[in-house]
Design a protein around this ligand. Structure first.
Ligand code: 5AD
Ligand code: SF4
Length: 455
């Protein structure tokens, strides 16, 4: 008999990937994925702890799920509730104390233990909690087979972080940096391509610190890994995120110039445009160091575009420091960027800094920064008008016959009356630009590419 598993995912792409893997690990036990909590046999919240009020959101969501659990109990069957992800890791036992109807609490390093925990929770009353960082990494213990992810797939190659930026919970919730073995990554990428994926996003909290141990003990850099993956027939686009400026090694910069499958778009967070604040953030780089990397990447690949993360209102940030962030946005001319108000995270050094910035100052700075970012994003999109770009038309648009796909720069591209090209990589001439998308028309087919499987 099949059982219904509902997983709700919050936060980053690593969580999206982990959700797929949790589905894989439960499949042999007869669980198939459901798209709502109603009547589910197992509900997992895959949570995020990176910014404000994450715990509160989780508790209120748990309250709603509790009602479904009670409904199910009234019908004589049981719903198990699991709290996973980084809130699970950070809150631990506290979750069972505050929400005793939760059956399982587990951190991101314990997903391979999920079947055993579910079995225990079914038998036992009371919560089952697993928060250890095992010495054998979860990736090596998860099943090899995986559900198809569609034309663009996520693949985790690295997890955890040793950088300890003073605002960030990741080193505490995800643990120390760990790189998967290159042969495992390559085998997984091959399986993804066999299942129809043509684009792979390599994921890691600090992905460019990748240093996988290859056969014979050789250390592989991320550039080595990209070079090997690019040889897989049928894989046409490679991306990676998230990178730290300090780990943009020479070989990684160089491969942007030499490997056409590596997309000319990089998410490279700077966080602040003030050296003083970068120091307080323990970022271990300066503004000039960052801008120099951008220059070198543009030299290697002139059509390179960038995105970044910014935090405004970090403790000690004055108006001049904030102006520095605005200047970086001007100088780099980002294709897109994310900006956040600083949110004190319990247990991180910056949370106890006595130079906290008032909320209204943060609000005001965030508004100014976001307006500038929107302008830059629109300018970048407008600069694409007239260019011809390869786009995989893999999704239906809202209008009849309209298809959507992603450009090399992750922009959504809409093409009207394109029904016949569904699932194909086509050359699209860009004719219109908006804040969040582009419009264009098909001017050619990349006919050396067979995407039958991607549809
Ligand atoms: N407050 C605000 N933003 C944060 N980020 C990480 N921690 C915090 C925090 N405490 C942002 C950073 C990071 C992105 C994923 O989230 O910009 O790059
Ligand atoms: Fe967090 Fe990224 Fe800094 Fe690591 S490098 S501590 S993940 S912000």
């Amino acid at each position: 008999m099949t059982k219904k598993l509902f997983i709700k995912t919050y936060g980053c792409q690593m969580n999206v990937y982990d959700t797929v893997r949790m589905g894989d690990v439960m499949a042999p036990l007869g669980y198939s994925l459901a798209d709502s909590v109603e009547g589910a046999d197992l509900v997992i919240l895959n949570t995020c702890h990176i910014r404000e009020k994450a715990e509160e959101k989780v508790y209120s969501e748990l309250g709603r799920i509790r009602q479904e659990k009670e409904k199910k109990a009234a019908e004589g069957s049981r719903m198990l509730i699991a709290d996973g992800g980084c809130v699970g890791q950070a809150e631990g036992e506290e979750i069972i104390k505050r929400a005793p109807f939760v059956d399982i609490v587990l951190g991101p390093q314990s997903y391979h233990q999920l079947p055993e925990m579910v079995t225990r929770a079914t038998r036992e009353k009371g919560g089952v909690v697993e928060l250890e960082f095992p010495t054998v990494q979860k990736f090596d213990l998860l099943p090899e087979s995986s559900a198809p992810q569609g034309s663009a797939a996520f693949l985790s190659v690295q997890e955890g972080c040793d950088k300890f930026c003073s605002f960030c919970v990741v080193p505490y919730t995800r643990g120390a940096e760990y790189s998967r073995k290159p042969e495992k990554v390559i085998a997984e990428a091959r399986r993804m391509v066999d299942q129809g994926s043509v684009e792979i996003m390599l994921l890691g909290q600090n992905v460019n610190a990748y240093h996988g141990e290859g056969v014979g003990g050789r250390n592989w850099s991320l550039a080595d890994l990209i070079d090997a993956l690019a040889r897989i027939d049928g894989l046409h686009r490679i991306r990676y995120m998230t990178s730290h400026p300090r780990d943009m090694s020479d070989d990684l910069i160089a491969i942007h110039g030499s490997e056409p499958k590596l997309m000319p778009y990089l998410h490279l967070p700077i966080q602040s445009g003030s050296d003083e604040i970068l120091k307080r953030m323990n970022r271990k780089h300066t503004v000039d160091f960052y801008l120099d990397i951008i220059d070198r990447l543009r030299k290697a690949r002139p059509d390179m575009a960038f995105s970044s993360d910014f935090i405004v209102g970090f403790p000690g940030e004055g108006e001049k420091d904030f102006e520095g962030s605005m200047q970086v946005v001007e100088k780099v001319g980002y294709a897109s960027a994310y900006s956040f108000k600083y949110s004190p995270r319990p247990g991180t050094p910056a949370a106890v800094d006595d130079k906290q910035v008032p909320e209204e100052v943060k609000d005001e700075r965030l508004m100014r920064l976001q307006e500038l970012i929107r302008n830059k994003q629109t300018s970048f999109n407008e600069s694409c008008i007239g260019r011809v770009m390869p786009v995989l038309l893999d999704r239906d648009g809202k209008l009849e016959g309209q298809l959507l796909g992603k450009s090399p720069y992750m922009q959504s591209v809409h093409v009207k009356n394109a029904g016949e090209y569904r699932g194909q990589f086509v050359d699209v001439k860009i004719t219109g630009a908006y804040l969040n998308s582009l419009a264009g028309e098909v001017v050619g087919i990349q006919d050396n590419i067979n995407f039958r499987k991607a549809v």
